[in-house]
Design a protein around this ligand. Structure first.
Ligand SMILES: [Cu+2]
Length: 657
């Protein structure tokens, strides 16, 4: 569709250089590559859309890996006294399942949406720092490999190709995704914990870099007229999530650093026999861990807040309340970490305070849910696949919220602590909440991302099977917890009365897996055979629907000028005064940045550093030197990245005005 061209209030930006086309030479003689297709382009790209798509592909791959780990866990627990996997393997499975799902599936899938959507929704050409964006992606991949390569070393050990100096068998992380000290100290775990420590540190670097990029992008790269209170809610939730990452990751970085010092240099942060304090780990971990829950769920809330208004043909009910309640959730998220530690003996005052604060989070969360229902109220609802998944999200998230309120009370928490009740709670929130809404987002924006529309009824089957599977898997866990089944146990005795419900949970898990399989298959078949989507298949409300599907490299041929909150909707259906304007195109064409190898180089350095530091603990020779060379590669990569110069070329888009 075209934008009106009459209003021009902002000056046309002067391009930095108009003389040369093609790659430009920096003052140290480096030429930036200008691949536009193929593998080399993907490895060097700085385009936020391609980076977003790669985040999505990696995240879906890890969703499969984490899902297979979950299926092993559920298969082991299907019947009493099962010995499908050993206790050691079970520990590795639940550790890797949690780590994978939190850091390698949900967070990067959210990042995929941040990357793809935020510049489009704010009318920008790209993120603020395109090469930093590529660095975030490849550093995430490096961290993911560091954690998961442990499986390969374990397999190599089983085949006799790899031995550790002291014959340790614990090569895959087995200390839980929460890594409680002293269970993760070197007395109790092998190099699995080292893979985990370094993998998480590398992932933390990726997350912080990405978050800085999005904060700057959202603050500085908005289209003319797009005031903060005119931002789409998804962009607001991205901003709040990014701020949470910036404040939440330093505490876990410190904790992981201390654990590393204990393991490598014999310090005593967490060694009890030397006067160390395991409870220090719990504080540092949960100051990160609780906000992390909101890092996982706020993007989901943002996605839902975009889908509901479009699918019910009404503006979002209570925009400012939704924005402010998101901010309040983010703020309170930091104030409640000790509810994970009610049974450690915090003292009466602290327990009461953390109990009250935890209950208080229900208020802004409830505000959001009422606003979503208010959005649906009286709307002309179209039950598209994204809409059905969104309604499933609201149900699952409310269920998870109710059980959350139940263990915000310290006495009942003391009963539910470390039981399956807690497992039920956080899976309702994190799978029922995050994964369902991310799936809704995939169905909603896939037409824009790929230019292909999903078709047929398969999407409805996916939604139905997944929602049934989720409830069948996790609802009985509430009761299992109440009748005393502990979490993190690899088996249980016959005659406990836990057998029938466990079997139901396992059947539910496999139904859920079938749903996810069909979801992935539906994406695949849409990419191959989907009919053309058109630019605006849903009668959308945000700026990404004004440009073609898939979007061109430069996003907007003319930067839109925004006059109201629901700008595109107002443009299509509102008064003349609120129509979108556009900035006159600059005569020199649109300046595009060139690709770069150096973000990838810097990330590969982190990969080498992480893997070799873990292998150093296993006594593999020369690993200290290899680790130092990895660090050097990272430094050299970052320096050359800084020195390679701006590069860039100009595009003259076909004007559609
Ligand atoms: Cu919490």
């Amino acid at each position: 569709m075209s934008l009106t061209t009459t209003t021009t209030t902002a000056p046309s930006p002067t391009p930095p250089h108009t003389s040369e086309e093609g790659p430009s030479r920096s003052n140290i003689g480096l030429v930036r590559p200008d691949f536009s297709t193929g593998l080399k382009d993907l490895l060097t790209t700085v385009d936020h859309k391609k980076i977003g798509a790669m985040y999505a592909i990696f995240a879906l791959a890890f969703l499969i890996i984490g899902g297979v780990e979950a299926l092993f866990i559920r298969a082991q627990l299907a019947v009493a006294e099962n010995n499908l996997v050993s206790a050691e393997t079970y520990n590795q499975l639940f550790t890797m399942h949690g780590t994978t799902m939190v850091f390698l599936a949900v967070m990067p899938l959210s990042s995929a949406f941040f990357n793809f959507l935020v510049p489009l929704q704010i009318g920008a050409r790209d993120v603020a720092f395109p090469r930093l964006n590529a660095f975030s992606l490849w550093t995430f991949v490096a961290g993911a490999i560091v954690v998961n390569i442990s499986w390969l070393f374990q397999a190599a050990q089983a085949l006799g190709w790899f031995t550790t100096e002291n014959g340790m068998t614990d090569i895959v992380p087995a200390g839980g995704w929460f890594g409680y000290a002293p269970l993760t100290s070197d007395e109790y775990t092998g190099i699995g914990t080292d893979f985990w420590i370094f993998g998480l540190q590398v992932l933390g670097i990726a997350s912080i870099a990405a978050s800085l990029n999005f904060i700057v992008t959202i603050i500085n790269f908005r289209a003319p007229g797009m005031k903060m209170m005119r931002l789409p809610v998804f962009v607001w939730m991205t901003l709040i999530t990014s701020i949470l990452v910036i404040f939440a990751f330093p505490p876990i970085t410190v904790a992981l650093g201390e654990l590393m010092f204990d393991r490598y240099f014999g310090t005593n942060f967490f060694r009890v026999d030397q006067g160390g304090q395991p409870i220090l780990w719990q504080h540092l971990f949960w100051v990160f861990g609780h906000p992390e829950v909101y890092i996982l769920i706020l993007p989901a809330m943002g996605i839902i807040s975009e889908i509901l208004p479009v699918s019910s043909k009404k503006p979002l009910f209570g925009y400012s309340l939704i924005v402010f309640s998101g901010a309040v959730i983010g703020f309170l998220g930091f104030a409640v970490w000790s509810h994970h530690m009610f049974t450690t003996g915090l003292g009466k005052v602290a327990t009461a305070a953390f109990s009250l604060l935890t209950m208080a989070i229900a208020v802004p969360t409830g505000v959001k849910i009422f606003n979503w229902i208010g959005t649906l109220w009286g709307g002309r609802i179209k039950f598209t696949v994204p809409m059905v998944l969104s309604l499933g999200f609201i149900w699952m998230f409310m269920m998870g919220g109710f059980s959350g309120i139940m263990h915000s009370s310290a006495p009942s928490d003391a009963q539910q602590q470390d039981s399956y009740f807690v497992v039920a709670h956080f899976h309702y929130v994190l799978i029922g909440g995050s994964i369902l809404s991310l799936m809704a987002g995939v169905y909603f924006w896939m037409p824009k991302m790929t230019g292909k529309m999903w078709y047929g009824k398969l999407g409805y089957w996916v939604a139905g099977i997944v929602i049934v599977g989720l409830n069948l898997t996790f609802f009985p866990m509430h009761f299992l917890g109440m009748i005393g089944m502990p979490r993190r146990t690899h088996t249980y005795l016959e005659g406990t009365g836990w057998e029938p419900m466990n079997l139901v949970c396992t059947i539910g898990a496999f139904i859920l897996a079938i749903g996810i399989f069909f979801f992935l298959y539906d994406i695949f078949r849409t990419l191959r055979k989907g009919p053309p989507a058109g630019d605006d298949p849903w009668d959308g409300r945000t700026l990404e629907w004004t440009i073609s599907s898939p979007p061109p490299a430069y996003n907007f041929a003319r930067t839109p000028i925004v006059h109201s909150r629901d700008a595109l909707w107002a443009h299509k259906h509102g008064k003349e005064s609120v129509k979108l304007g556009s900035v006159e195109p600059s005569p020199g064409g649109i300046h595009m940045p060139s690709n770069s190898w150096f973000p990838l180089v810097a990330s590969v350095g982190f990969l080498i550093l992480g893997v070799s530091m873990a292998l150093k603990q296993a006594g593999v020779p020369y690993c200290g030197y290899i680790a130092i060379s990895g660090l050097l590669i990272t430094f050299v990569g970052i320096y050359l990245w800084a020195l390679e110069g701006p590069g860039g070329y100009h595009l003259h888009p076909e004007e559609k005005a």
